[in-house]
Design a protein around this ligand. Structure first.
Ligand code: DGL
Length: 259
């Protein structure tokens, strides 16, 4: 079983930012990544729709024999991970916005979070945020329109810059010193964000923490692949595989799969 792949899914190409961290920390693990781009964005869908899509992705990964599933999507985690854990018999790793480290380290007592509507309106997000932000102002901003631009390959575009400027303004006016990226698509925007943010504002996401948690859970279940073989890295998209190939860079093949 330990040689079986880690399954990873996202509403699209964004979860590859998580896959990168996983692959860096666990370089011998086989991985199967599903980009559900045909149904992106998840962010404006109802909880029921997000659960149904997450089940579809999970079942495909289980059919392919995955030993553990990483829900590389904040929106799917905050709306569906509990349902998945209750209904399928493999470990699930979820991803939630990194509110805790931002709240613990902020000096200005103001932090910003950019995420989807689905994440910001979820019960799980509010529970976690309330736990850590007693004396802290959290400026929440829905990143409306960002995911479709990334899914269409327009990361570095005028439209993207204009959106980011509008979304960050209230945060900068409120004197934030931490910006939490609460969507796995957003780490691809770091170069653009750095152009807008003053240098004292730190950007944080949850990628590294998710990779560490995945390793710990694999170890706990005795599922770590201890071989030193070159891993099999499979990427499937039900959208345009070219967009994902471009984000991954050279050396990775992305196959179209209708699911
Ligand atoms: N990558 C997903 C997330 O982390 C994207 C959301 C979407 O599809 O709207 O929330």
């Amino acid at each position: 079983m330990s040689k079986q792949a880690i399954g990873i899914f996202d509403s699209g190409v964004g979860g590859t930012s998580i896959w990168r961290e996983l692959n860096a920390l666990l370089p011998h693990e086989n991985t199967i990544y599903l980009a559900d781009s045909k149904y992106a964005p998840y962010g404006n869908k109802s909880k029921e729709e997000i659960i149904a899509l997450s089940k579809k992705n999970t079942e495909l990964l289980l059919d392919k024999g995955c030993k553990l599933i990483v829900v590389a999507c904040n929106t799917a985690t905050t709306n569906a991970v509990q349902h998945l854990r209750e209904n399928y018999n493999v470990p699930f790793i979820g991803i939630e916005p990194a509110i805790k480290p931002a709240a613990l380290n902020t000096k200005t007592k103001n932090i910003g979070i950019l995420a989807t509507k689905g994440t910001l309106s979820s019960e799980l997000f509010h529970k976690t945020t309330d736990l850590f932000t007693n004396d802290i102002q959290v400026i929440e901003q829905v990143g409306e329109g960002i995911v479709p631009l990334i899914e269409n390959g327009n990361v570095d575009s005028k439209e993207m810059k204009a959106l980011l400027q509008v979304y960050l303004k209230p945060m900068l006016d409120a004197n934030i010193d931490y910006l939490v990226l609460g969507c796995t698509h957003y780490p691809y925007l770091i170069p653009q964000l750095l152009e807008i943010l003053p240098s004292h504002v730190k950007i944080i996401d949850s990628g590294e923490a998710v990779a560490k948690q995945t390793k710990a859970v694999l170890r706990q279940h005795e599922l770590l692949n201890n071989t030193t073989n070159k891993p099999k890295l499979q990427f499937y998209s039900n959208g345009n595989p070219k967009v994902m190939s471009q984000l991954l860079g050279e050396g990775f093949e992305v196959d179209y799969l209708d699911f």
